[in-house]
Design a protein around this ligand. Structure first.
Ligand SMILES: *[C@@H]1O[C@H](CO)[C@@H](O)[C@H](O)[C@H]1NC(C)=O
Ligand SMILES: *[C@@H]1O[C@H](CO)[C@@H](O)[C@H](O)[C@H]1NC(C)=O
Ligand SMILES: *[C@@H]1O[C@H](CO)[C@@H](O)[C@H](O)[C@H]1NC(C)=O
Ligand SMILES: *[C@@H]1O[C@H](CO)[C@@H](O)[C@H](O)[C@H]1NC(C)=O
Ligand SMILES: *[C@@H]1O[C@H](CO)[C@@H](O)[C@H](O)[C@H]1NC(C)=O
Ligand SMILES: *[C@@H]1O[C@H](CO)[C@@H](O)[C@H](O)[C@H]1NC(C)=O
Length: 552
C-alpha cells in the first residue's frame, strides 16, 4: 500500500471513529474581557467589552454542539459568566455562578466547556460577579435545531438578536458601592437596544434591515438590571414561535412584555410600506416611563420612521393576561426527534411543595433582600466545591429554610449561604410568592420548568385547580407580579448545585438567591460529570487532594 493511501485510510478511520463515538461538533472561542469607554446614552462611561465589543459577540450554535470558550480576564476584578437557560446536563461545574465555580482571577484565563445538549432556542450569557452586568459583557446565544429535526415554521430570511435592557450611566463600581452601602440602585437612565439608543433625529443607523415581503426571526431578550420592558415594532405584528427553549403555539402579538432574564423568538414579515420603522422597548410598572428605540429599514425603503410611537399597554393585569395566552405547541418536535408534549407533566404526582417568599428588609441598618428569611451570601469556597471535597461543614449548612415559611417569621432576616437539599429525580412544585409591591423575575439554572400559573394574592393548595396541566410552556424564568404568586413544576433529574435567583440584579446581589443541591446517591458518572481538570480552586479546597473521581 502506498504511503499516501495509508495516510488516507488512517484519516478515514479517525473520521469513522469520531462518528462511532457520536462526538458532537466543537465550536471554539477566545474571549478577551476588558474595560473600555462606551457612551450608549451619549455619556462616556466605563464599559466591559468582550473582544472590544459591547454588547459581547453572539454565539451561534446547534443542538448538542460543544461550545468551548477560553476567557481571558483583563479586568482588575474576579470575573464569571453564566449561560442563562443552558442546562449543562450533569455539569453544574460550568454554570458560572459563585456557588459552583471560583471566579477567574484578574489577568488569568479559564476555559468553559459547555454542551448545549438537547436544547434549542434563544438565550443570553451575562456576568454574575460584582454587578459587572451593569457595564456589559452580555450577549446572545442561539441554539439552532439540527437539520433532521423539523422546526414548526419556514426558514426565515435572516435571524436577528435583539438585546433590550434598562441602563445606568454610572459605572458598575459606583452602583456596587450603592448596594454595599445599603441603598438601592434607584431609577435607570435609559433603555438600550443592542447597546444603543436611537435618537429619532433622522441620523440613526438602522440596527436591522428587511427585504420587502420576507419574514425575519427576531430573538428578543431582556438583559437589563431590573425593569420589565414592553417590546413592539411600529406598524408590524409579531408571531411568537419560541420562548426560552420551547416552541409555542404561534399567536400574533402587537407587543410583548419581556421580564428581566426572559427571551422570546418572534417572526416579523416586512409587509408594510417600504420605509423605516422603529422598534421600541419601554419600561413597565414604573412611575415615569423610559423608552429605548432602534431603527429597522426596508431594503427598498424610502422615508424616515414616523415619530409616533405605538402606545404601551397599561397596568399589570394586561401582562398577566398575556402570560395566560402562552401555550406550548404539543405537537412540534423538541431538540430530540419526539414531540414536545410527550412528557405528560400533569399526570405526575407532586412529591414536594416548596414555597419561596421574597422579602426586603434591613440587616445592621443596611438594605438586604431575602428568600424565606435568609439573605444569601456567597462563601469564598463555592458550595459545589465544598460538597465535592467533603468539607461542607466548613462552608455552609443544608436546609436552613423550611418548605413552608411560617408567616410569623415574615420580618426576620438572617445572612447565610442558602442551600436546600433536593432528592434526585423528585417531581416538585415550587411556589414563588411575592408579598412586595415590585415585580419579580425568578430564574432556575440547570432546568426548564412548567410555569403552570400566575395569580394575584396568596397561594393555597386549592389554587392547584387553576393550574395549566396540559400545555404550559417549559421555560427557565417566570415573572411574579406584585402581591401575587407563580407556580412551577419540574423533575429534579439534573444532578448538581443549581442557582435559583431573582433576575433583578440588585435583589440578587443583596441576597435574593439560593441554591439547590441534587446529589445522585450513586456518585456515578451516568448522573454527573467529574470536576473538570482545569477547574479553578479557591477557599478551603485550594491545595486539598482531589477526591476520588465518580465511577461508572
Ligand atoms: C485584551 O485586552 C487588553 C485590554 O484592552 C489588551 O491589553 C490585550 O492586549 C488584549 N489581549 C488580547 C489577547 O487580545
Ligand atoms: C448559524 O448557524 C447555522 C447552522 O449552522 C447557520 O445555518 C447560520 O448561517 C449561522 N448564522 C450565522 C449568523 O452565522
Ligand atoms: C488558558 O489559555 C491557554 C491557551 O492560551 C490554555 O492552554 C489554558 O488551558 C487556559 N487555561 C485554563 C485554566 O483554561
Ligand atoms: C405546532 O407545530 C406543528 C408541527 O410542527 C405545526 O404544524 C403547527 O402549526 C403548530 N401549531 C400551532 C398552533 O402553532
Ligand atoms: C398518584 O397519587 C394517587 C393518590 O395518592 C395514586 O392513586 C396514584 O396511583 C399515584 N400515581 C402515580 C403515577 O404514582
Ligand atoms: C439529601 O437528600 C438525600 C435524598 O433524600 C439524602 O440521602 C441525603 O442524606 C440528604 N443530605 C443532607 C445533607 O441532608
Amino acid at each position: 500500500m502506498g504511503e499516501k493511501k495509508f495516510v488516507l485510510l488512517l484519516c478515514f478511520f479517525a473520521a469513522a471513529m469520531s462518528t462511532i463515538r457520536g462526538e458532537d461538533p466543537y465550536l471554539f472561542f477566545t474571549w478577551n474581557v476588558s474595560y473600555g469607554t462606551i457612551a450608549p446614552l451619549g455619556v462616556p462611561q466605563q464599559g466591559i467589552l468582550i473582544n472590544g465589543q459591547f454588547p459581547g459577540p453572539n454565539i451561534n450554535s446547534t443542538t448538542n454542539n460543544n461550545v468551548v470558550v477560553n476567557i481571558f480576564n483583563n479586568l482588575d476584578e474576579p470575573f464569571l459568566l453564566t449561560w442563562n437557560g443552558i442546562q449543562h446536563r450533569k455539569n453544574s461545574w460550568q454554570d458560572g455562578t459563585l456557588g459552583t465555580m471560583c471566579p477567574i482571577p484578574p489577568k488569568t484565563n479559564y476555559t468553559y466547556h459547555i454542551q448545549v445538549k438537547d436544547q434549542i432556542g434563544s438565550y443570553v450569557y451575562y456576568p454574575t460577579t460584582a454587578m459587572h452586568r451593569a457595564a456589559g459583557a452580555f450577549g446572545g446565544l442561539r441554539v439552532n435545531s439540527r437539520l433532521l429535526i423539523p422546526v414548526p415554521y419556514a426558514d426565515p430570511e435572516d435571524d436577528y438578536t435583539v438585546l433590550i435592557g434598562d441602563w445606568y450611566t454610572k459605572s458598575h463600581s459606583t452602583l456596587r458601592k450603592f448596594l454595599d452601602g445599603g441603598r438601592a440602585l434607584g431609577r435607570p437612565d435609559g433603555v438600550l437596544i443592542n447597546g444603543k439608543s436611537a435618537k429619532g433625529d433622522g441620523k440613526d443607523k438602522p440596527l436591522f434591515s428587511m427585504k420587502p415581503g420576507k419574514t425575519y426571526k427576531y430573538r428578543i431578550c431582556n438583559v437589563g438590571l431590573k425593569n420589565s420592558l414592553n417590546f413592539r415594532i411600529q406598524g408590524h405584528t409579531m408571531k411568537l414561535v419560541e420562548m426560552e427553549g420551547s416552541h409555542t403555539v404561534q399567536n400574533t402579538y402587537q407587543s410583548l412584555d419581556v421580564h428581566v432574564g426572559q427571551c422570546f423568538t418572534v417572526l416579523v414579515t416586512a409587509d408594510q410600506k417600504p420605509k423605516d420603522y422603529l422598534m421600541v422597548a419601554s419600561t413597565r410598572f414604573t412611575k415615569s416611563v423610559l423608552t429605548g428605540k432602534g431603527l429597522i429599514s426596508y431594503t427598498n425603503g424610502k422615508g424616515p420612521a414616523s415619530p409616533e410611537i405605538p402606545e404601551a399597554p397599561v397596568g399589570w393585569a394586561w401582562s398577566l393576561n398575556q402570560f395566560r395566552t402562552f401555550r406550548w405547541n404539543l405537537t412540534s418536535s423538541a431538540a430530540r426527534p419526539n414531540p414536545q408534549g410527550s412528557f405528560h407533566y400533569g399526570a405526575i404526582n407532586i412529591t414536594r411543595t416548596i414555597k419561596l417568599v421574597n422579602t426586603a428588609g434591613k440587616v445592621d441598618g443596611k438594605l438586604r433582600y431575602a428568600v424565606n428569611g435568609i439573605s444569601h451570601i456567597d462563601p469564598v469556597t463555592p458550595l459545589k466545591l465544598a460538597e465535592y471535597y467533603g468539607v461542607t461543614e466548613k462552608v455552609f449548612k443544608y436546609d436552613i429554610i423550611s418548605d413552608n415559611p411560617p408567616a410569623k417569621d415574615a420580618d426576620k432576616m438572617t445572612m447565610a449561604p442558602n442551600v436546600f437539599n433536593m432528592t434526585f429525580r423528585n417531581f416538585v412544585e415550587i411556589i414563588f410568592e411575592n408579598h412586595e409591591k415590585s415585580i419579580q423575575s425568578w430564574h432556575l439554572d440547570g432546568y426548564s420548568f412548567f410555569a403552570v400559573a400566575i395569580e394575584p394574592g396568596r397561594w393555597t393548595p386549592e389554587r392547584r385547580k387553576n393550574y395549566n396541566l396540559l400545555d404550559a410552556v417549559s421555560r427557565h424564568t417566570v415573572q411574579v407580579f406584585p402581591k401575587s404568586w407563580a407556580a412551577i413544576l419540574l423533575t429534579f433529574d439534573n444532578a448538581g448545585m443549581w442557582n435559583i435567583r431573582s433576575e433583578v440584579a440588585e435583589r440578587r446581589y443583596l441576597g435574593q438567591q439560593l441554591y439547590t443541591s441534587i446529589l445522585s446517591p450513586a456518585r456515578s458518572l451516568r448522573d454527573e460529570y467529574n470536576i473538570p481538570d482545569n477547574a479553578l480552586l479557591c477557599g478551603v479546597v485550594k491545595g486539598m487532594p482531589k477526591p476520588p473521581p465518580y465511577s461508572i
